[in-house]
Structure formats: structure tokens, C-alpha cells
Write a protein that binds this ligand. Structure first.
Ligand code: BEZ
Ligand code: FE
Length: 284
């Protein structure tokens, strides 16, 4: 009897949305209702747990503003961001696979000349990145803006610096043959922001806030599917990533060297080199 009444409530709520004019919105609110009710019934949600959940979401909202998006971070650690990326960027031949954007992308970062140094004084081991941008049919993509950003050796993005300077971030423009090259930093592990409700959730569930070391790329070029991706470092621990962004195809060798550098730049100590091919899928 209880079960039938619970099921009936779900149907009544679903029916309350029957007049939704937009069919896609109707589909979304109907499925959301069914899944939320099924969750509550499956776990036999207590009123104290319902209250704790509301308090958690309220705290998440209070921490969210123009600069800090705790809701996106929540979506990230629940794997919802990555699931949405995978749904919307299905594999297209050999096109580079997509992963999460994260909160540290900045529009209109400065363009650095070919072979320039994106690190701009950020602490870390120099890394020479050399690559080619091409279409899935093999043709080079010339003149495209390639945005790159990463955390420094202290685990911080420049947007987390107090002085607002740009470092370990910038854009390069692909050459006529699709080639690009620049200095950056060898990526190292760093924690996602964990001083808020999402950090409390990770702590309460025994999960680490650490991200697997990576270098971010974004290419938005007319005629192609926008590409948001990372390069992950093969030598590092790739058994865990707090936002589930690792894809095997994105793991690259960052080969460590000492001595002469590809462009003759004098580097004190070791540096690494990674070679990458970014392949854009056709739009749509
Ligand atoms: C990042 O890689 O920058 C990132 C992604 C998701 C959440 C936090 C940080
Ligand atoms: Fe990152």
C-alpha cells in the first residue's frame, strides 16, 4: 500500500508537468522527477538527511558568485561534468577526445609568439610543447587560436595569485602547416578548491581533491567542433582524478632532458618535451 502511494505521488507530480509547452523541458522535468523520487525511495531518505542535503546545496549556492562556481565543482566531483562532455562529444574517428573545462579558463588570454614562454615566470620545470593542429581528414588547420593554461608547481593557477598577473597561460596561433610550439611547465598534481562544501563532501567520503597532472587546451575554430581537452603526463599516478577527466588517449609522454633545448634557450637543470597532435572534428 505504502509503495503504491509513493509510486502514485511520482505519477501525480509527472502529470503536473503534462502541460509544459516545450517538449524538451517536459522531458527533462519528467525524468528529473522520476529519478529524484526513485533515489529518495531507494535510500528511504530521512527528513534529517533531506534537511542536510538542502543545507549542503544552500552552502554551495552561498559560495557561488562571478569568481567561484561551487555548483560546477560539485558537478565535477560527481562526474556529471565529464558525463555531459562524453554525451556531447562522442568519439569522431581519430579526433582528439574532449575532457572537462574546469574553472580556470580565461577568455582573451594574451597571444604568445611561436616558441614563446607561456610560463612567464611561474614556478616549475620548463616543458617544451610541440604540436600540430589538423582536421580529421588530415589537412592542417592554420591560423587557429590555441588556448593553453595550467597550474604552477605550487598547485596554483594565475587566477589564484593575489596580483592578477598572467602566468602559465596564453594562446598560440597555428602556422600554415598547423604547427605550434611553446614553452610551458611540466604539469604536476594539484588539488581542486576544497575549502567549501565540495571539499567537505570529499573529506567525508574519504576522497582526495587531487587532480592528475595535466595541461589544458581549448581550440574554438569555425567549421569544427570546439575542442576542450588536456594532456595528461604518462609517468604520473593516473589511477585517480577528482573530476574523472582522464582518458587514455590523452595520456602523453613528457620526456625529461638535460642539456641543449630545441630552440637553444638556456635552461638551468632539467626540462621536458611533449609532442602532440590536436585533431579537430568537423562541426556538428
Ligand atoms: C581544472 O583542471 O582546472 C579543474 C577542473 C575541474 C575542477 C577544478 C579544476
Ligand atoms: Fe587544471
Amino acid at each position: 500500500m505504502t509503495e503504491a502511494a509513493e509510486q502514485q505521488l511520482t505519477e501525480t507530480v509527472v502529470e503536473s508537468f503534462a502541460g509544459t509547452a516545450d517538449p524538451r523541458l517536459r522531458e527533462l522535468v519528467t525524468a528529473l522527477t522520476r529519478h529524484l523520487h526513485a533515489f529518495a525511495r531507494e535510500v528511504r531518505l530521512t527528513e534529517a538527511e533531506w534537511s542536510a542535503g538542502i543545507a549542503f546545496l544552500t552552502a554551495t549556492g552561498h559560495l557561488t558568485d562571478d569568481r567561484r562556481q561551487e555548483f560546477v565543482l560539485l558537478s565535477d566531483v560527481l562526474g556529471l561534468s565529464m558525463q555531459t562532455v562524453m554525451i556531447n562529444h562522442a568519439a569522431h574517428g581519430e579526433a582528439t577526445e574532449a575532457t572537462v573545462l574546469g574553472p580556470f579558463f580565461v577568455e582573451d588570454a594574451p597571444v604568445v609568439e611561436s616558441g614563446g614562454d607561456l610560463a612567464a615566470g611561474a614556478p616549475g620545470e620548463p616543458c617544451w610543447v610541440e604540436g600540430v593542429l589538423r582536421a580529421a581528414d588530415g589537412s592542417p588547420v592554420a591560423g587557429a587560436r590555441i588556448d593553453v593554461w595550467e597550474a604552477d608547481d605550487d598547485g596554483r593557477y594565475d587566477t589564484q595569485y593575489a596580483d592578477g598577473r598572467t602566468a602559465a597561460r596564453g594562446a598560440v596561433i597555428s602556422a600554415a602547416d598547423g604547427g605550434f610550439r611553446f614553452w610551458a611547465l611540466t604539469p604536476t598534481p594539484y588539488p581542486i578548491p576544497s575549502d567549501g562544501p565540495v571539499g567537505q563532501l570529499l573529506a567525508a567520503t574519504g576522497r582526495s581533491p587531487m587532480r592528475a597532472p595535466h595541461l589544458h587546451f581549448r581550440v574554438v575554430e569555425p567549421g569544427y567542433d570546439p575542442l576542450v581537452t588536456h594532456l595528461f603526463v604518462a609517468d604520473e599516478d593516473l589511477t585517480y582524478d577528482s573530476v574523472f577527466g582522464i582518458r587514455a588517449s590523452l595520456v602523453h609522454d613528457f620526456v625529461r632532458h638535460g642539456g641543449p633545448t630545441p630552440d637553444g634557450r638556456a635552461v638551468d637543470g632539467s626540462w621536458t618535451r611533449v609532442d602532440v597532435e590536436l585533431v579537430l572534428a568537423p562541426a556538428g
